[in-house]
Design a protein around this ligand. Structure first.
Ligand code: ADP
Ligand code: MG
Length: 310
């Protein structure tokens, strides 16, 4: 085990009854103190991963440690180290926010004198609704209540599963501010999202999952640097049998007999130099178009592969 890992996962697999392979050998380390983004399209396996850690879904194989506690050997300690804000807004409509938090504190064995129910309700701005029935709360209020509920036992790790899916801009801003505050206070935060922008904005580290596999796991600046790739499409004046090798280019693809796509690092290389090399080889250049790749392209490129192509 890595001593400074908040969450350490090795070879995690989940095959649901019916045969759906939701996790296909996920290995991942969430460093302590990080604000970690688990990014991936719908159906990638994010919730399955979270729910295994939370003890709600039984893994098929692999290992996971939460705050150093193996989820098989020390499930209670692992569970107590984690506060999970689920994706689904599931509630017992007959409890008030105050009662909901008290009940949760009881479940985690937090003694009454160590409870901080009103403090948490204030933090998520639900103190004025403390004694209202949950069914009278708006969607945004319910989401905030779920966050408070995940925090009652002061877990060192908080996981938010798609915290802003379907919420309005105002609530999203508020949730982001709150996530930052939690993190600044020393809590390790993991959030899953299918919004690239959200991971980019909040997270210091991002793992992208697709079809139950981690396709990239790196710090956000490095991921952003991979968006430095630029592409230039060139139409030449005669048919080529294969893509020519081109020094300075990351990749050259022959899209059609007369059309080349050249990908290069826009910081290291200039399109002009690449084109000069081509014409220096006697190729006439008929047309040139360039395209700036951004993080969205990187994300799409990494998640565009079909399930079994990896
Ligand atoms: P994400 O949270 O990234 O959207 P999920 O973990 O919810 O992905 O789902 C991963 C895959 O597993 C999807 O194909 C989904 O349909 C499937 N799946 C999720 N839960 C179940 C379940 N209880 N039974 C069968 N298949 C499931
Ligand atoms: Mg999900």
């Amino acid at each position: 085990m890595t001593g400074n890992a908040a969450i350490q996962i090795e070879g995690l697999r989940k095959v649901y009854a019916g045969g759906k392979r939701a996790l296909d050998g996920v290995s991942l380390c969430v460093p302590r103190g990080s604000l970690f983004g688990l990014l991936g399209p719908n159906g990638a396996g994010k919730s399955t991963l979270i729910n295994i850690l939370a003890g709600l879904v039984r893994k098929t194989s692999g290992t996971a440690e939460v705050w150093g506690f193996d989820i098989d050997r020390h499930p209670r300690n692992a569970r107590a180290s984690l506060g999970v804000v689920p994706q689904e807004l599931l509630f017992d409509a007959f409890f008030t926010p105050f009662e909901t938090l008290e009940l949760q504190a009881g479940l985690f064995g937090v003694p009454p004198r160590r409870r901080r129910t009103m403090e948490l309700l204030r933090a998520v701005r639900l103190d004025d609704r403390a004694h209202a029935y949950a069914r009278t709360l708006s969607g945004g209020m319910k989401r905030r209540l779920l966050i408070a509920k995940a925090l009652v036992h002061r877990p060192p790790i908080v996981i938010l599963d798609e915290p802003t899916a379907g919420v309005d801009i105002e609530l999203r801003q508020m949730l982001w501010a709150y996530v930052r505050e939690l993190h600044a206070g020393g809590t390790t935060v993991v959030l899953t999202t299918h919004y690239l922008e959200e991971a980019e904005e909040l997270c210091d580290r991002i793992a992208i999952v697709n079809h139950g596999r981690v396709v990239i796991d790196t710090d956000t600046p490095t991921l952003l640097a991979s968006a430095r790739e630029k592409r230039v499409d060139v139409v030449v004046d005669r048919d080529l049998a294969e893509a020519p090798a081109l020094p300075g280019a990351h990749r050259v693809d022959l899209l059609a007999p007369r059309r080349l796509a050249i990908t290069y690092d826009k910081v290291e290389t200039e399109a002009g130099a690449l084109l000069a090399t081509l014409s220096g080889r006697g190729l006439g250049i008929v047309d040139v178009t360039t395209r700036e790749a951004d993080l969205e392209d990187v994300f799409l490129a990494l998640t565009a592969r079909p399930a079994d192509a990896a």
